[in-house]
Design a protein around this ligand. Structure first.
Ligand SMILES: Nc1ncnc2c1ncn2[C@@H]1O[C@H](COP(=O)(O)OP(=O)(O)OP(=O)(O)O)[C@@H](O)[C@H]1O
Ligand SMILES: [Mg+2]
Length: 280
C-alpha cells in the first residue's frame, strides 16, 4: 500500500498521457515553451523526484543539426557550471525523435512574465536581482562559459531568487580566444555580434545592461518600428541609447558602463560585482 505522501504526490502529479514515459521519467503537463523546445514536468518513477524535462525535437522546421548542436551545447555548459542560481542538470536521454534534458525543477515564475506584471521595478528591488546576476555571470565567465542568450525569459524567479536556464546557445572560451557565431535574441544582443566581429564574454555584460534597463523601465529602448529588423536595432544602438531621467546617477553610471559600444571598455563581471550601485 502506498504511503500518505505518495497518495498526495500522485494527486498533484497528473500525467498527460499515462503511456508517455521516457527512461525512468513519466511526463506531466507543459510548464514552459521556447522556440526550440517544450519543457514538461517529469517524475522519476524510482525516487518520486519531480523534475523539469526539456524536450528538443530532432526534426523541426530547423535543420536537424541545429537541434543537435543546441542539445550538445546546453548539456556541455551545464556540466561545467555549478552555481546555486543556475539550473542543475540531472540526466540526458535521446530517442529517435527527441533529445531530453532532465533538469532541476524551478517552481517559480518566468522572470519576463514577472516584469510584464510588476515592472517597472524600483531600484531597490532591481538591485537584489542584479547582485545575483552579477554572481551568475562572474561564475560562468570564470569557467569559460559565455551564455549568449541572457534575457528575462531565461530566468525563473523563485521568491527573491533568480535562477538561470537555457544554455542552448552557450559558447566556450579559452584564455585569449574569441567567438564568432552570430546568435542571441536581437533586442539583448551586443553591437559586436551585429557587426560580425569576433567577440568575448563582454557580449553577456551588454545583455545584463539591457536586462537592467528592462527592469527599471519595463520596456527596451527600441520603438516597434526599430524592432522589426536587426539592422534597425543595430542602428539605434549606434546612435546611442538614452537613459530615462528618473534613474539615479549611480545606476546610470552602471548602465552606461554595461552598455558601452566598445567591448573592451565595457564593465566585466568582476567590475560589476564591485560597482557602488550594487553595494548601496
Ligand atoms: N528547469 C526548469 N524548471 C522550470 N521551468 C523551466 C525550466 N527550464 C526552462 N523552463 C521554462 O521553460 C521555458 C523554455 O525553456 P528554454 O528557455 O530552456 O527553451 P528554449 O527553447 O531553448 O528557449 P528559447 O526560445 O529562449 O531559445 C523557459 O523560459 C522557462 O520559463
Ligand atoms: Mg529560452
Amino acid at each position: 500500500m502506498s504511503s500518505a505522501f505518495e497518495q498526495i504526490f500522485q494527486e498533484s502529479f497528473v500525467p498527460l498521457d499515462s503511456h508517455k514515459r521516457v527512461g525512468d521519467y513519466v511526463l506531466g503537463r507543459t510548464i514552459g515553451e521556447g522556440s526550440f523546445s517544450t519543457v514538461r514536468l517529469g517524475r522519476n518513477v524510482n525516487t518520486g523526484e519531480q523534475t523539469a524535462i526539456k524536450i528538443i525535437p530532432k526534426k523541426t522546421a530547423l535543420k536537424k543539426q541545429s537541434a543537435r548542436r543546441r542539445f550538445e551545447r546546453e548539456t556541455q555548459a551545464l556540466r561545467i557550471v555549478h552555481h546555486s542560481n543556475i539550473v542543475r542538470l540531472l540526466d540526458v536521454m535521446e530517442t529517435d525523435g527527441n533529445y531530453y534534458i532532465i533538469l532541476e525543477l524551478m517552481e517559480g515564475e518566468n522572470f519576463n512574465s514577472y516584469l510584464n506584471r510588476k515592472g517597472p521595478l524600483e531600484e531597490r528591488e532591481a538591485r537584489v536581482y542584479m547582485r545575483q546576476m552579477a554572481e551568475i555571470v562572474h561564475h560562468m565567465h570564470s569557467v569559460g562559459v559565455v551564455h549568449r542568450d541572457l534575457k528575462p525569459d531565461n530566468f525563473i524567479l523563485m521568491r527573491a531568487t533568480i535562477k538561470l536556464v537555457d544554455f542552448g546557445l552557450s559558447g566556450f572560451l579559452k584564455e585569449g580566444s574569441t567567438l564568432s557565431t552570430q546568435c542571441g535574441s536581437p533586442t539583448y544582443t551586443a553591437p559586436e555580434i551585429f557587426a560580425l566581429r569576433p567577440y568575448t564574454h563582454a557580449v553577456d555584460m551588454w545583455s545584463v545592461g539591457m536586462i537592467l534597463y528592462m527592469m527599471l523601465c519595463n520596456a527596451l529602448p527600441f520603438s516597434p518600428e526599430e524592432r522589426k529588423s536587426h539592422r534597425h536595432i543595430y542602428n539605434r544602438i549606434l546612435r546611442g541609447l538614452e537613459l530615462p531621467r528618473y534613474i539615479s546617477p549611480n545606476c546610470k553610471d552602471l548602465l552606461s558602463q554595461l552598455l558601452k559600444l566598445g567591448a573592451d571598455e565595457r564593465l566585466d563581471a568582476t567590475g560589476l560585482l564591485q560597482h557602488t550601485w550594487l553595494k548601496t
